[in-house]
Design a protein around this ligand. Structure first.
Ligand code: FPP
Length: 252
């Protein structure tokens, strides 16, 4: 038995999160420490992405969301942005077969507008090719921002009110959620952020309301199955109260 599967054995299969969201941070620093360019760090980071996807599949975690390109990432040097699009396109093209074989459905969170046409085409192709898969829902947040998502939802709701389809007084949090990119997926139970930054960085602002947060100093390219299992073990030690007292939760 490998040490990683030994760690996996320590997990309680009844207390796994349904949805894990990840801010994959630290690729640039990982590469710079090795005197390599930042792109090399992103390439290695993509391997960590693959590892975590496989681990979710093995464990039967049904939803995984990876923050791959934020609205704020547009401020990076053009050469890095260009390389990230190339990497994402290659990742999507090369993974489609494995996604289908492993029952993984690919989902996109974010605005298509602004993403280069060839990447949008690859995204749509991967989404359509995997649409009927039911094993793991892998969402890639690409050209995504949490505030932008909430504003878009508010505009779409206002339009429905104007056109007489909805009444503003009836709007509940659950209804509002249906206007978000995540309308068909549950809120994350666990948010993982690598590289030791204590920020949410405009990621899933609405959906993270009650998520457990796990922050590790490990840089994303070094975050593989054993580190993911460690995060899950930590999650399993948490007491999730959703605003209630510990006694109330014990009595449920
Ligand atoms: C953060 O590291 C990482 C990104 C902005 C890009 C993440 C994209 C990938 C890992 C490639 C695609 C992978 C998948 C699985 C779809 P950083 O550049 O901010 O690092 P730094 O903080 O050290 O500079």
């Amino acid at each position: 038995m490998t040490s990683a599967s030994a760690r996996m054995d320590r997990l309680d299969p009844h207390k796994l999160p349904r949805h894990v969201a990840v801010i994959m941070d630290g690729n640039g620093r990982w590469a710079q420490k090795r005197l390599r360019n930042r792109i090399f760090g992103h390439e290695e980071g993509a391997k960590s992405g693959r590892d975590v996807v496989r681990c979710c599949r093995k464990l039967g975690i049904p939803f995984l969301t990876l923050f791959a390109f934020s609205k704020e990432n547009w401020q990076r040097p053009a050469s890095e942005i260009d390389a990230l699009w190339k990497l994402l396109k290659r990742f999507l093209a090369s993974e489609v077969d494995e996604l289908v074989q492993n029952g993984i459905r690919l989902n996109h969170l974010g605005d298509e507008e602004g993403i280069p046409d060839d990447v949008v085409a690859e995204l749509r192709r991967a989404r359509d090719a995997t649409a009927r898969q039911t094993g793991l829902c892998l969402s890639l947040a690409i050209n995504y921002g949490g505030r932008q998502e909430i504003l878009k939802a508010a505009r779409d709701f206002a339009r429905d009110v104007q056109q007489g389809r909805r009444r503003s007084e009836d709007l509940s949090a659950e209804d509002f959620s249906r206007y978000l990119f995540t309308s068909d997926i549950p809120d994350p139970d666990l948010l993982i952020r690598t590289s030791g930054e204590y920020r949410i960085s405009n990621f899933l602002l609405w959906q993270l309301a009650y998520s457990e947060i796990y922050i590790t100093e490990i840089l994303w390219p070094d975050f593989r199955e054993p580190q993911f299992v460690e995060a899950l073990l930590d999650y399993q030690s948490r007491s999730r109260r959703f605003g209630k007292t510990g006694e109330q939760i014990l009595g449920e």
